[in-house]
Design a protein around this ligand. Structure first.
Ligand code: AHR
Length: 498
């Protein structure tokens, strides 16, 4: 049997996990908002139209932060259209997704919904078709207690207390030619610096995320990051990364090796941030916000046939299979391994649109990718230990890829240790050992396994539990050594405590 050794040391840590690494994203796109989180009249909706069944599933994920309202959508959005009396809100054409936006759900509803879903907002401003003035106004509307036009308007709209939104994205994917108001790096860097500066004058306590590249494959990658940071280093706190993967050629081995590419992407962006830091002789460190990540490709062909100009179409509705869940697990492990610099990350998206949660008029269910996301979010809080994984490797388009991706997190509050591992070997089991003698008295409390014989197995409304985790792993600690035989193609969560 192949063998993997995992080495950890109690005192050799990467960083405390910023819980916002388990964030997600709701965009006005497809059925994410309408029919996703908001569906007045539905039998699961509360008096405000919020889907209670969806909120329950979101709570299961313990989502600390939700990015809103886009995405590409935000680059043409007028936030004022979505506040105040619903009967007075205009329906508008959304050119990002070529649909009609009714504006029946907006900022006021999102803030109400966030409270119910136990999450916090990560708000994006429109730096595409709009600019500094509007960015200033929305911060004033949200965060000032009153006594000014926009803060009083919020009060008039029924929100007596400020929304107090701490985290703000300075636009979205401004490097992308598809983006409304697409800019060169210098143009964007300048507007990000000025918008951020004025937003912070309104509320000095806010944190700001500047746009990095839309993916590692953008031709402008690296130069974009360096130029943007040159312009807004002193204003921004985080630089964003976006990346989606797909198994386009039905080559699962290479697909599962994408975590290697993700790791390289993160490492490169850290280097660029630190290059600009050195160049500026700055003491400040820019951290990363991986605020769009997921698998996205299943719906590509179908979406080419979508009707334009309708409301809430079935758009980007990827039906995720079991192998997607494995890569999602590996992506989560990869980000946790960089917890010293990746402070925010958003699985894109949360409901119906490339999402872990799907809805119909008659119910809501969990896609395969729900499970690794839930496990990482629920059990991955604490301090990431520097986890040295000595795993056999296989050849991939990204060079040698380890069969096992793994990370160990120690939760000081609960005195629990959790080892996450994906065995990407499609043919054989893997024996994993880890010396735990520094963690005296620790034993396995649960070994959760997500496994399916069929890499293409999916959860649907008709068969919602086809791919589900089981607490049936065989991990055990003997004389301080943890040993587990990981099934081929499996996601594993080994929980340890006293
Ligand atoms: O998440 C879907 C889209 O992907 C977002 O709107 C955009 O930012 C990205 O290109």
């Amino acid at each position: 049997m192949k063998k993997t050794t995992i080495c950890i040391d109690k005192n050799f840590t990467v960083s405390k996990v910023d819980e916002r690494i388990f964030g997600s994203f709701i965009e006005h796109l497809g059925r994410a908002v309408y029919e996703g989180i908001y569906q007045p009249g539905n039998k699961f909706a509360d008096k405000n139209g919020f889907r209670k069944d969806v909120i329950e599933l979101i709570k299961g994920l313990k989502v600390p932060v939700v990015r809103y309202p886009g995405g590409n959508f935000v680059s043409g959005y007028h936030w004022e259209d979505g506040v105040g009396p619903k009967s007075e809100r205009p329906a508008k054409v959304d050119l990002a997704w070529m649909v009609i936006e009714s504006n029946q759900f907006g900022l006021n509803e999102f803030m109400e919904w966030s409270k119910l879903a136990d999450t916090k907002p990560m708000m994006a401003v429109n730096l595409g078709t709009r600019g500094i003035e509007d960015a200033k106004n929305i911060v004033e509307y949200c965060n000032l207690p009153g006594g000014s036009y926009y803060s009083d308007l919020r009060k008039k709209h029924g929100a007596a207390d400020p929304y107090d939104i701490k985290l703000w994205c300075l636009g979205n994917e401004m490097d992308g030619p598809w983006q409304m108001g697409h800019k060169t790096a210098t143009e964007y860097g300048r507007i990000a610096a000025e918008a951020g500066r004025i937003m912070r004058m309104v509320d000095p306590t806010i944190e700001l995320v500047a746009c990095g590249s839309s993916s590692l494959t953008m031709k402008t990658f690296a130069e974009w990051e360096a130029t943007v940071l040159d312009e807004c280093y002193d204003i921004a706190d985080y630089l964003s990364l976006h990346q989606y993967y797909g198994n386009h050629t039905n080559d699962t081995k290479n697909f599962l090796a994408e975590s290697v590419a993700m790791d390289e992407f993160i490492t490169s962006v850290i280097s660029i941030c630190d290059y600009v830091k050195a160049k500026k002789r700055s003491k400040k460190q820019i951290n990363l916000s991986f605020d769009e990540w997921n698998v996205w490709y299943h719906s590509n062909e179908q979406d080419k046939k979508l009707e334009r100009g309708v409301q809430g179409p079935h758009q980007l509705e990827d039906v995720y299979n079991f192998e997607d869940a494995l890569l999602v697990g590996s992506m989560l492990i990869t980000m946790l391994r960089h917890a010293d610099r990746v402070k925010i990350a958003c699985m894109a998206q949360l409901v119906n649109v490339i999402a872990p949660i799907m809805t119909s008029d008659t119910g809501a269910w969990m896609q395969t990718i729900y499970f690794p996301y839930m496990h990482a979010s629920v059990y991955g809080r604490g301090t990431v230990l520097n986890t040295v994984v000595q795993s056999p490797t296989y050849e991939s388009k990204h060079g040698d890829a380890p069969f096992v991706d793994s990370v160990v997190v120690y939760n000081e509050e609960t005195d629990e240790l959790t080892l996450f591992a994906v065995n990407k070997d499609l043919d054989s089991e893997m024996e994993v050992t880890c010396d735990l003698r520094q963690f005296e008295g620790f034993r396995v409390t649960e070994h959760i396994v997500l496994y399916h014989d069929d890499l293409k197995a999916v959860n649907t409304e008709a068969v919602p539990g086809a791919v589900s985790p089981l607490s049936n792993g065989n991990a055990a600690v003997n004389s301080g050594i943890l040993t587990a035989v990981l099934k081929k193609q499996s996601w594993n969560v080994i929980r340890l405590g006293k």
